[in-house]
Design a protein around this ligand. Structure first.
Ligand code: ZN
Length: 120
């Protein structure tokens, strides 16, 4: 027996039925919750959104990033990530930087062979 969605072989007894389809457990869970609560991006933006203050769409984290950039006068991504140690992952940092870039708060600058992130 194969899952009708992802075609994975399902062990006998493990098949799930969802609106007439035989699904594996993964697809079944997926079908039950199309917008998974564990999607880090959804959770993350919701959290960031809560922190919006006074109409300024800048999160605490973004403020922190801007402060670091001000303090250092520009820093390469790995250095920036290091300074935010443990708080966010590299991909989360990318999202924050993309947002800040979009707001024209920061920009990238090539110095030598490294790309620095700096204030606009
Ligand atoms: Zn499946």
């Amino acid at each position: 027996m194969n899952c009708e969605r992802c075609k994975t072989a399902i062990e006998k007894g493990d098949e799930m039925e969802y609106s007439g389809q035989i699904l594996c457990e993964d697809c079944y869970m997926d079908a039950l919750s199309p917008a998974r609560a564990c999607d880090p991006w959804t959770v993350y933006s919701a959290k960031s959104f809560e922190k919006h203050t006074g109409g300024l769409a800048i999160t605490e984290l973004q403020t922190q990033i801007l402060e670091i950039l001000k303090e250092t006068g520009g820093i390469p991504r790995p250095g920036l990530l290091e300074r935010l140690k443990g708080k966010i992952t590299a991909s989360q940092l990318e999202r924050e930087l993309a947002t800040l870039r979009h707001m024209e708060k920061i920009r990238a600058e090539k110095r030598g062979d490294q790309v620095f992130v700096r204030l606009w």
